[in-house]
Design a protein around this ligand. Structure first.
Ligand code: MG
Length: 260
């Protein structure tokens, strides 16, 4: 089932996609909190504008160096080997934008890069969740772009600023609640040229291990998201580019890039 969030007749709403009719069935509230009660209204997909399918209530959890080929390409940039356990960082929820919204390049960075990633959306309050129960806490999956100011990441030594700029966490286009995260092709294209070409089956730490590890440290709230890491092929974005992240079964997250 595809869950979307969109503006419709001047208001934001959640909906469930009726794929056959190509219509959104409007929901009364946020399905991560209020279930799937419908308003009785429908909207054609051409009549709405999709926005980020979720604004995390408390945090975007990121996982660094979670594909071996990306660990290898980053060795000369940030150094180090594959981590022994999930390497977590946080992005502020103010960084989130939706599909087709522009990524804004900060004037103080000379090198902003794309990182296409599978994203898990948390559906229940999660604290000290064991690995074997972790997927019970996932509401669904979407696509993310962990946009990173690489020069600031190296210079700062930690990642809050480099990965935290406004617009640096595109999410979408929708949340898929029935999805196998263990084997999906992931591709990033910039102006149509393939930059990253991976598979979520190559994650070093899978989603259950990440949720167990993160929830042992801090409480995950419904609507929080986990960006699971990026495969090899990260590279620069410049003003005028269009970046697309495609994950088989989840669609395409497309964003233009502009100068600040
Ligand atoms: Mg990343």
């Amino acid at each position: 089932m595809k869950v979307g969030r969109f503006s419709h007749e001047g208001a934001l709403a959640y909906g469930v996609l009726d794929e056959e009719a190509q219509e959104w069935v409007l929901l009364k509230g946020d399905p991560m909190f209020a279930g799937y009660d419908t308003t009785g209204e429908r909207a054609k997909i051409t009549e709405v504008t999709l926005v980020a399918p979720v604004i995390p209530r408390s945090k975007v959890v990121g996982v660094g160096k979670n594909y071996h080929d990306h660990v290898a390409e980053m060795k000369s940039v940030t150094g180090g080997d594959a981590p022994k356990e999930p390497l977590l960082f946080l992005k502020p929820n103010t960084a989130v934008i939706g599909p087709n919204e522009p990524i804004v390049l900060p004037a103080i960075s000379q090198r902003v890069e794309h990182e296409g990633e599978l994203v898990a959306v948390i559906g229940k309050v999660a604290k000290n969740v064991p690995v074997e129960k972790a997927l019970d806490y996932v509401f669904g999956y979407t696509i993310g772009n962990d946009v990173s100011a690489r020069d600031l990441q190296v210079g700062d030594g930690q990642w809050a600023r480099a990965k935290g700029f406004d617009t640096f966490a595109p999410l979408g286009p929708v949340i898929e609640t029935e999805f196998d995260p263990t084997d999906a092709a992931l591709q990033v294209r910039v102006n149509g040229e393939i930059r990253q070409d991976g598979n979520t089956g190559d994650l070093i730490f899978g989603i259950p291990q990440i949720i167990a590890h993160a929830s042992a440290a801090f409480t995950l709230l419904p609507g929080d998201v986990i960006m699971t890491g990026t495969p090899a092929g990260v590279g620069p974005l410049v003003a005028g580019d269009t970046v697309e992240v495609e994950i088989e079964g989840l669609g395409i997250l497309r964003n233009p890039v502009k100068a600040s």
